[in-house]
Design a binder for this molecule. Structure first.
Ligand SMILES: Cc1cc2nc3c(=O)[nH]c(=O)nc-3n(C[C@H](O)[C@H](O)[C@H](O)COP(=O)(O)OP(=O)(O)OC[C@H]3O[C@@H](n4cnc5c(N)ncnc54)[C@H](O)[C@@H]3O)c2cc1C
Ligand code: FES
Length: 227
């Protein structure tokens, strides 16, 4: 969760995914964020001068879990939902998982929303893009090539992050094909610590039960959530 000390607007910290962790001069590690400017906090963030302090609380919640025997891995990203998936891809290759086939299905409204393609390609991940206007890749929803790929060549697991409608569709594809699937959800958050209920998401396991997106997630096994 990232905020700005001493400012009343934006008052609350905002949640961001870890995009990358890397060595940095003088400190043990640097954390990289990838963000889209949509409102006050992201506007303020992009106006920060280098060296200026921000208020960071974390890491909070969980991350993607990687089965050690996963060899064919499909990853679906919608827009800025790609942010945590690069860190996942680094983890796949740096934790000796060594997938034989890792494919990223990367969708956006236009070519400007197709982010990080080269970072994934450098890791050896195949990238399939789609856009709503056809300006990059096929003109269709990203779930379309994902579904075709799943039916032609069954993966061991699917990971996804993006808009809720896209996640619902990915989960549907996984369930239809009896595949494990983990999704990172982007529900609104306020405290990040399980205290305010701002991030409640309905459980599929038990009627009337809710998860806290901030402490139980943001990554969930697909079968735990109601879309
Ligand atoms: C676990 C998690 C990880 C995230 N990781 C990233 C990331 O890596 N990069 C990134 O750019 N963003 C990420 N987000 C989304 C980011 O936290 C919001 O966009 C944030 O609210 C931006 O703050 P703001 O003040 O700039 O905009 P706000 O003023 O807070 O929001 C601007 C507009 O976006 C809408 N909005 C805000 N948050 C959401 C949401 N979660 N879902 C739908 N609509 C929303 C608001 O209703 C408003 O209309 C993540 C969210 C979660 C929960
Ligand atoms: S953000 Fe407050 S309980 Fe999750």
């Amino acid at each position: 969760m990232l905020g700005f000390s001493g400012r009343l607007d934006p008052l609350l910290r905002r949640p961001f995914s870890i995009h990358n962790v890397m060595p940095a001069a003088g400190v043990a590690e640097a954390v990289e964020l990838l963000y889209k400017v949509v409102g006050k906090a992201t506007q303020t963030l992009c106006q920060q001068q280098p060296g200026k302090m921000v208020n960071l609380l974390g890491p909070l919640g969980n991350g993607f879990r990687i089965p050690t025997d996963a060899r064919r891995i499909y990853v679906a990203a919608g827009g800025i939902g790609v942010a945590p998936l690069l860190f996942l891809a680094f983890s796949l290759y740096h934790k000796n998982i060594d997938p034989v086939d890792c494919r990223l299905f990367l969708g956006g409204r236009t070519k400007d929303d197709i982010l990080c393609r080269d970072d994934f390609l450098k890791l050896g991940v195949s990238v399939i893009t789609t856009t709503d206007d056809g300006s990059d890749g096929d003109q269709c929803l990203v779930t379309q090539p994902l579904e075709i790929a799943v039916e032609h060549c069954r993966p061991d697991i699917i990971y996804a992050c993006g808009p809720e409608a896209m996640l619902a569709c990915v989960v549907g594809i996984a369930e239809k094909n009896s595949l494990p699937c983990q999704v990172s959800i982007e529900t609104m958050m306020a405290c990040g610590m399980g205290a305010c209920l701002g991030c409640a998401v309905e459980s599929r396991l038990e009627s009337g039960k809710y998860w806290h997106g901030c402490v139980d997630g943001p990554v969930f096994d697909a079968n735990l959530l109601k879309f």
